[in-house]
Write a protein that binds this ligand. Structure first.
Ligand SMILES: Nc1ncnc2c1ncn2[C@@H]1O[C@H](COP(=O)(O)OP(=O)(O)OP(=O)(O)O)[C@@H](O)[C@H]1O
Length: 264
Protein backbone atom coordinates (compact mmCIF):
# COMPACT_ATOMS: atom_id res chain seq x y z
CA UNK A 1 0.00 0.00 0.00
CA UNK A 2 1.26 3.48 -0.84
CA UNK A 3 2.60 5.47 2.08
CA UNK A 4 0.66 8.66 2.66
CA UNK A 5 2.09 11.80 4.18
CA UNK A 6 -0.66 11.87 6.82
CA UNK A 7 -3.54 9.50 7.30
CA UNK A 8 -6.56 9.47 9.61
CA UNK A 9 -8.05 6.05 10.32
CA UNK A 10 -11.48 5.83 11.89
CA UNK A 11 -11.09 9.14 13.75
CA UNK A 12 -14.10 9.88 15.93
CA UNK A 13 -14.86 12.86 18.13
CA UNK A 14 -17.85 13.25 20.40
CA UNK A 15 -18.75 16.22 22.53
CA UNK A 16 -21.15 14.68 25.02
CA UNK A 17 -24.01 13.38 22.92
CA UNK A 18 -22.87 15.28 19.79
CA UNK A 19 -20.88 13.19 17.33
CA UNK A 20 -18.80 15.88 15.63
CA UNK A 21 -16.83 13.25 13.69
CA UNK A 22 -18.20 9.77 13.20
CA UNK A 23 -15.29 7.72 11.92
CA UNK A 24 -13.10 9.59 9.44
CA UNK A 25 -10.74 7.83 7.04
CA UNK A 26 -8.78 10.43 5.12
CA UNK A 27 -5.27 10.90 3.79
CA UNK A 28 -3.09 13.58 2.28
CA UNK A 29 -0.23 12.80 -0.07
CA UNK A 30 2.98 14.69 -0.67
CA UNK A 31 2.62 17.61 -3.06
CA UNK A 32 -1.15 17.64 -3.34
CA UNK A 33 -3.92 20.09 -2.54
CA UNK A 34 -6.82 18.40 -0.78
CA UNK A 35 -10.00 20.48 -0.84
CA UNK A 36 -12.14 19.92 2.23
CA UNK A 37 -15.73 20.94 1.68
CA UNK A 38 -18.66 20.90 4.09
CA UNK A 39 -21.55 22.94 5.37
CA UNK A 40 -21.56 24.73 8.72
CA UNK A 41 -21.29 22.17 11.48
CA UNK A 42 -20.08 19.38 9.16
CA UNK A 43 -16.99 18.87 11.32
CA UNK A 44 -14.25 20.66 9.34
CA UNK A 45 -12.93 22.67 12.29
CA UNK A 46 -12.96 19.64 14.55
CA UNK A 47 -11.00 17.68 11.97
CA UNK A 48 -8.30 20.32 11.51
CA UNK A 49 -8.05 20.92 15.27
CA UNK A 50 -7.39 17.20 15.71
CA UNK A 51 -4.79 17.39 12.97
CA UNK A 52 -3.17 20.34 14.77
CA UNK A 53 -3.20 18.31 17.98
CA UNK A 54 -5.24 20.87 19.93
CA UNK A 55 -8.32 18.63 20.19
CA UNK A 56 -8.03 14.98 21.19
CA UNK A 57 -10.01 12.47 19.16
CA UNK A 58 -12.31 10.13 21.07
CA UNK A 59 -10.70 7.25 19.18
CA UNK A 60 -8.89 6.45 15.95
CA UNK A 61 -5.38 6.36 14.58
CA UNK A 62 -3.14 9.03 13.07
CA UNK A 63 -0.44 7.72 10.77
CA UNK A 64 2.48 9.86 9.65
CA UNK A 65 4.56 8.69 6.68
CA UNK A 66 3.35 5.12 7.26
CA UNK A 67 3.88 5.04 11.04
CA UNK A 68 1.12 5.25 13.65
CA UNK A 69 1.85 8.03 16.14
CA UNK A 70 0.76 7.54 19.72
CA UNK A 71 0.00 10.37 22.13
CA UNK A 72 -0.88 12.76 19.30
CA UNK A 73 -0.75 16.37 20.49
CA UNK A 74 0.32 19.82 19.27
CA UNK A 75 4.00 18.94 19.63
CA UNK A 76 3.68 15.71 17.65
CA UNK A 77 1.68 17.55 15.00
CA UNK A 78 4.46 20.14 14.63
CA UNK A 79 7.10 17.39 14.53
CA UNK A 80 5.11 15.76 11.73
CA UNK A 81 5.44 19.05 9.79
CA UNK A 82 1.84 20.20 10.06
CA UNK A 83 1.11 23.91 10.34
CA UNK A 84 -2.36 25.41 10.38
CA UNK A 85 -3.16 28.92 9.23
CA UNK A 86 -6.37 29.66 11.10
CA UNK A 87 -8.80 32.25 9.82
CA UNK A 88 -7.45 35.11 11.93
CA UNK A 89 -3.92 34.23 10.66
CA UNK A 90 -2.53 35.50 14.00
CA UNK A 91 -0.51 38.28 12.36
CA UNK A 92 0.79 41.37 14.13
CA UNK A 93 -0.47 44.02 11.73
CA UNK A 94 1.69 46.87 13.06
CA UNK A 95 4.83 44.81 12.64
CA UNK A 96 6.98 44.07 9.60
CA UNK A 97 6.78 40.98 7.40
CA UNK A 98 10.11 39.73 8.75
CA UNK A 99 8.93 40.18 12.33
CA UNK A 100 5.78 38.21 11.61
CA UNK A 101 7.61 35.36 9.90
CA UNK A 102 10.09 34.89 12.75
CA UNK A 103 7.72 35.75 15.60
CA UNK A 104 8.70 33.59 18.59
CA UNK A 105 11.37 31.72 16.60
CA UNK A 106 13.92 34.43 15.93
CA UNK A 107 17.40 33.59 14.70
CA UNK A 108 19.75 34.47 17.52
CA UNK A 109 23.50 34.28 17.76
CA UNK A 110 25.87 34.19 20.69
CA UNK A 111 24.77 36.28 23.70
CA UNK A 112 21.20 36.24 22.36
CA UNK A 113 21.81 38.88 19.67
CA UNK A 114 19.18 38.86 16.97
CA UNK A 115 20.58 37.88 13.56
CA UNK A 116 18.65 40.59 11.79
CA UNK A 117 20.57 40.42 8.49
CA UNK A 118 20.05 36.67 8.18
CA UNK A 119 16.40 37.06 9.09
CA UNK A 120 15.91 39.68 6.39
CA UNK A 121 17.65 37.49 3.81
CA UNK A 122 15.64 34.42 4.84
CA UNK A 123 12.36 36.38 4.81
CA UNK A 124 13.21 37.65 1.34
CA UNK A 125 13.95 34.08 0.17
CA UNK A 126 10.68 32.77 1.64
CA UNK A 127 8.67 35.58 0.05
CA UNK A 128 10.20 34.75 -3.34
CA UNK A 129 9.70 31.03 -2.82
CA UNK A 130 5.97 31.40 -2.38
CA UNK A 131 5.74 33.83 -5.28
CA UNK A 132 5.59 37.22 -3.58
CA UNK A 133 6.37 38.99 -6.78
CA UNK A 134 5.33 42.54 -5.94
CA UNK A 135 8.38 44.81 -5.96
CA UNK A 136 6.46 47.18 -3.72
CA UNK A 137 7.13 45.09 -0.64
CA UNK A 138 10.28 44.14 1.18
CA UNK A 139 10.68 42.06 4.36
CA UNK A 140 10.59 45.36 6.28
CA UNK A 141 7.15 46.31 4.95
CA UNK A 142 4.41 46.59 7.55
CA UNK A 143 1.88 43.77 7.34
CA UNK A 144 -1.06 46.11 7.98
CA UNK A 145 -0.25 47.84 4.68
CA UNK A 146 -0.54 44.59 2.70
CA UNK A 147 -3.71 43.45 0.99
CA UNK A 148 -5.75 40.55 2.40
CA UNK A 149 -4.30 38.03 -0.06
CA UNK A 150 -0.76 39.16 0.65
CA UNK A 151 -1.32 38.82 4.40
CA UNK A 152 -2.32 35.24 3.75
CA UNK A 153 1.00 34.91 1.92
CA UNK A 154 2.89 36.10 5.01
CA UNK A 155 1.10 33.49 7.13
CA UNK A 156 2.02 30.80 4.57
CA UNK A 157 5.66 31.98 4.50
CA UNK A 158 5.73 31.69 8.30
CA UNK A 159 4.39 28.12 8.08
CA UNK A 160 7.15 27.24 5.60
CA UNK A 161 9.77 28.78 7.87
CA UNK A 162 8.45 26.44 10.57
CA UNK A 163 9.36 23.53 8.24
CA UNK A 164 5.81 22.67 7.28
CA UNK A 165 5.29 19.71 4.94
CA UNK A 166 1.53 20.10 5.21
CA UNK A 167 -0.13 23.51 5.51
CA UNK A 168 -3.78 23.64 6.50
CA UNK A 169 -5.52 26.78 5.24
CA UNK A 170 -8.81 27.45 7.00
CA UNK A 171 -11.00 29.49 4.67
CA UNK A 172 -8.12 31.64 3.38
CA UNK A 173 -10.27 33.54 0.87
CA UNK A 174 -13.11 34.60 3.18
CA UNK A 175 -13.97 38.26 2.55
CA UNK A 176 -11.38 38.58 -0.24
CA UNK A 177 -12.05 40.02 -3.68
CA UNK A 178 -11.52 37.92 -6.80
CA UNK A 179 -8.13 39.50 -7.42
CA UNK A 180 -7.01 38.82 -3.85
CA UNK A 181 -8.33 35.26 -4.01
CA UNK A 182 -6.25 34.76 -7.16
CA UNK A 183 -3.17 35.92 -5.22
CA UNK A 184 -3.82 33.40 -2.45
CA UNK A 185 -4.22 30.61 -5.00
CA UNK A 186 -0.99 31.63 -6.67
CA UNK A 187 0.73 31.18 -3.28
CA UNK A 188 -0.98 27.79 -2.93
CA UNK A 189 0.29 26.70 -6.35
CA UNK A 190 3.82 27.72 -5.45
CA UNK A 191 3.63 25.75 -2.20
CA UNK A 192 2.43 22.68 -4.10
CA UNK A 193 5.18 23.13 -6.69
CA UNK A 194 7.72 22.98 -3.86
CA UNK A 195 6.45 19.46 -3.01
CA UNK A 196 4.54 20.49 0.09
CA UNK A 197 0.92 19.57 0.68
CA UNK A 198 -2.09 21.71 1.45
CA UNK A 199 -5.48 21.08 2.97
CA UNK A 200 -7.71 23.87 1.77
CA UNK A 201 -11.00 24.57 3.49
CA UNK A 202 -13.25 26.89 1.56
CA UNK A 203 -17.00 27.39 1.49
CA UNK A 204 -16.79 28.35 -2.16
CA UNK A 205 -16.93 25.16 -4.21
CA UNK A 206 -15.82 27.03 -7.34
CA UNK A 207 -12.62 28.04 -5.56
CA UNK A 208 -11.90 24.51 -4.41
CA UNK A 209 -12.70 23.13 -7.83
CA UNK A 210 -10.19 25.46 -9.46
CA UNK A 211 -7.25 24.47 -7.35
CA UNK A 212 -7.66 21.14 -5.54
CA UNK A 213 -6.16 17.88 -6.82
CA UNK A 214 -8.64 15.91 -4.72
CA UNK A 215 -11.85 16.72 -2.86
CA UNK A 216 -13.30 15.38 0.35
CA UNK A 217 -16.85 16.33 1.25
CA UNK A 218 -17.75 16.21 4.91
CA UNK A 219 -21.38 15.95 5.97
CA UNK A 220 -22.49 15.70 9.59
CA UNK A 221 -19.21 14.19 10.69
CA UNK A 222 -18.75 11.73 7.83
CA UNK A 223 -16.86 11.80 4.56
CA UNK A 224 -19.56 11.38 1.94
CA UNK A 225 -17.38 11.90 -1.08
CA UNK A 226 -13.71 11.56 -1.89
CA UNK A 227 -12.80 12.13 -5.50
CA UNK A 228 -9.83 13.00 -7.67
CA UNK A 229 -10.22 16.22 -9.58
CA UNK A 230 -9.77 14.23 -12.78
CA UNK A 231 -12.86 12.14 -11.95
CA UNK A 232 -15.14 15.15 -11.59
CA UNK A 233 -16.37 16.46 -14.91
CA UNK A 234 -17.43 19.91 -13.86
CA UNK A 235 -18.07 22.14 -10.91
CA UNK A 236 -21.76 21.69 -11.74
CA UNK A 237 -21.46 18.01 -10.99
CA UNK A 238 -19.86 18.75 -7.63
CA UNK A 239 -22.48 21.39 -6.78
CA UNK A 240 -25.22 18.90 -7.77
CA UNK A 241 -23.79 16.37 -5.37
CA UNK A 242 -23.59 18.94 -2.55
CA UNK A 243 -27.24 19.87 -3.15
CA UNK A 244 -28.16 16.20 -2.99
CA UNK A 245 -26.32 15.91 0.35
CA UNK A 246 -28.15 18.98 1.68
CA UNK A 247 -31.53 17.63 0.56
CA UNK A 248 -30.86 14.29 2.26
CA UNK A 249 -29.91 16.15 5.45
CA UNK A 250 -33.01 18.37 5.48
CA UNK A 251 -35.23 15.35 4.78
CA UNK A 252 -33.71 13.84 7.93
CA UNK A 253 -32.36 10.94 5.92
CA UNK A 254 -29.06 9.13 6.25
CA UNK A 255 -25.85 10.22 4.62
CA UNK A 256 -25.85 10.59 0.87
CA UNK A 257 -22.89 8.62 -0.35
CA UNK A 258 -21.18 8.63 -3.71
CA UNK A 259 -18.76 5.92 -4.65
CA UNK A 260 -16.09 6.47 -7.27
CA UNK A 261 -17.68 9.16 -9.42
CA UNK A 262 -19.68 12.02 -8.06
CA UNK A 263 -23.17 11.57 -9.42
CA UNK A 264 -25.50 10.65 -6.53
N1 LIG B 1 -16.40 22.40 21.83
C1 LIG B 1 -17.55 21.87 21.38
N2 LIG B 1 -18.51 21.46 22.26
C2 LIG B 1 -19.65 20.91 21.81
N3 LIG B 1 -19.96 20.72 20.51
C3 LIG B 1 -19.05 21.11 19.61
C4 LIG B 1 -17.80 21.70 19.99
N4 LIG B 1 -17.11 21.98 18.86
C5 LIG B 1 -17.88 21.59 17.82
N5 LIG B 1 -19.03 21.07 18.27
C6 LIG B 1 -20.12 20.50 17.44
O1 LIG B 1 -19.54 19.57 16.55
C7 LIG B 1 -20.13 19.68 15.25
C8 LIG B 1 -19.03 19.98 14.21
O2 LIG B 1 -18.57 21.31 14.46
P1 LIG B 1 -17.36 21.97 13.63
O3 LIG B 1 -17.11 23.31 14.24
O4 LIG B 1 -16.23 21.03 13.57
O5 LIG B 1 -18.00 22.13 12.19
P2 LIG B 1 -17.51 23.02 10.95
O6 LIG B 1 -17.70 22.19 9.74
O7 LIG B 1 -16.15 23.54 11.20
O8 LIG B 1 -18.52 24.23 10.93
P3 LIG B 1 -18.23 25.80 10.61
O9 LIG B 1 -17.97 25.88 9.15
O10 LIG B 1 -19.51 26.44 11.03
O11 LIG B 1 -17.07 26.20 11.46
C9 LIG B 1 -21.22 20.75 15.36
O12 LIG B 1 -22.44 20.10 15.62
C10 LIG B 1 -20.77 21.57 16.55
O13 LIG B 1 -21.86 22.17 17.19
Amino acid sequence: MAEHLIEFRNIKKSYGSVDALGGIDLYVDKGEVLGLIGDNGAGKSTLIKILAGVVKPTCGEIIVRGRPVSGWNAGRSREAGIETVFQDRALALQQSIVHNIFMGRELVGMFGWLKLKQQLAEADRLMREIGFTSEAYTPRSIVGQLSGGERQGVAIARAIYKQADLIVLDEPTTALSLAETAKVFQFVRQVRASGRSIILIDHNIHHIFDIADRFAVLDRGKIVLEADRSKVKSVKELVGFMEHVARAASAGGGHAKAAGGVAP
